[in-house]
Design a protein around this ligand. Structure first.
Ligand code: CUA
Length: 349
């Protein structure tokens, strides 16, 4: 199986080069400092050893310039490393604005991926090179961890909470996907492949896939199937808030305070509607959907509500229905407590 012994994983993302360089620098710097100290220690132990039984130590002489130098130089050296590491960390944590969003749910013991265009994959993820991809992750059971060594990226996947990671593949190829958090008997089998493709191949792959409509249009189906559309109208306010242009907006909460309507808030409001009731609406109107929907259905619904705006450029669900004809961009939405429109890509962490 092992055709060659490898000391270094593939390097195939926009950050992997810098991570490699940083890692090598840290190893070299720390090793040289450790070796220098050990060598100096041994040298002093030999050079200044006690030579006769009656030999007395000389009084200590302080050389302040030396003491200051060996304090200040390493201080700046290692603070520089910290600053660089922090910058790299933020680069790795913050998805760029032009990232496309994909969704992955983890469960014992597999990865399920959904593309915004509707394609679903299990233990595989196809993506285009040269395009930042933001991945929203959630677990259906225990804690897993999404780990792609070639991209130098690893993100814990938690039950009940969205986490995100992002990467931009730079080299087409097939790369390992691992679960990096012990999650039960078949943890070691929770592996998959990332297929980084040229944009042309990726477009071809997308059209070949048997998509059941976009993720948002799947969400639209659920929106009717589970009766959400009975109360959430798109014309004016019903018993429930109008969800058009909700995504990314700041929502005032009954009982004070406000919250940005990001993926996590929308998910919470579906599964536990009474947790944060929008100002001006009654609690206990909407049924609790915990246990009624799996995370992929929730993701589809979240994706649908995102597609309602106000974020431009999102895909449009295709099927007709009582849903609005056009998505997003409609002014004057909203209900009591919707006065402050933040408008920007809040929620994009
Ligand atoms: Cu999932 Cu280990």
């Amino acid at each position: 199986m092992m055709t060659r012994l490898r000391f270094w994983p593939d390097s195939a993302s926009s950050v992997s080069g810098e991570v490699n360089f940083f890692f090598i620098l840290m190893v070299v710097l720390c090793t040289s400092v450790a070796i220098a100290i050990a060598a100096f220690l041994i040298y002093c132990a030999v050079r200044y050893r006690r030579k006769h039984d009656d030999e007395m130590g000389r009084p200590v002489r302080y050389v302040y310039s030396v003491e200051i130098a060996w304090t200040v130089i390493p201080f700046f050296l290692f603070m520089g490393m910290f600053a660089w590491g922090a910058k790299l960390y933020f680069d790795i944590e913050r998805p760029p604005d032009n990232a496309i969003t994909m969704y992955a749910t983890a469960k014992q013991w597999m990865w399920k991926v959904q593309h915004p265009e509707g394609q679903r994959e299990i233990n595989e993820l196809h993506l285009p090179v040269g395009q930042p991809v933001k991945l929203m992750l959630i677990s259906q059971d225990v804690i897993h961890s999404f780990y792609v060594p070639a991209f130098r990226t690893k993100q814990d996947v938690l039950p009940g909470r969205y986490t995100t990671t992002w990467f931009e593949a730079t080299t087409p190829g097939k790369y390992h996907l691992f679960c990096a958090e012990y999650c039960g008997a078949k943890h070691s089998g929770m592996i998959g492949w990332i297929y980084a493709m040229t944009p042309r191949d990726y477009q071809k792959w997308l059209t070949e896939g048997a998509a059941e409509g976009s993720l948002a249009s799947q969400g639209e189906k659920y929106f009717h199937q589970f009766g959400c559309s009975n109360c959430h109208h798109f014309e004016g306010q019903g018993r429930a808030p109008n969800l058009r242009d909700l995504y990314g907006r700041r929502v005032e909460i009954a009982g004070g305070g406000s919250v940005v309507a990001d993926e996590s808030y929308i998910r919470e409001s579906i599964l536990d509607p009474n947790a944060k009731v929008a100002y001006g609406f009654q609690p206990n109107v909407m049924p609790n959907f915990t246990g009624q929907l799996d995370e992929q259905q929730v993701l589809a619904l979240v994706s649908y509500i995102k597609a309602l705006g106000p974020q431009p450029g999102t895909q449009e669900p295709s099927s007709p229905g009582t849903a609005p004809k056009e998505y997003g961009h409609e002014k004057g939405i909203a209900g009591p407590g919707a006065s402050s429109i933040s408008g920007s890509h809040v929620g994009e962490r």
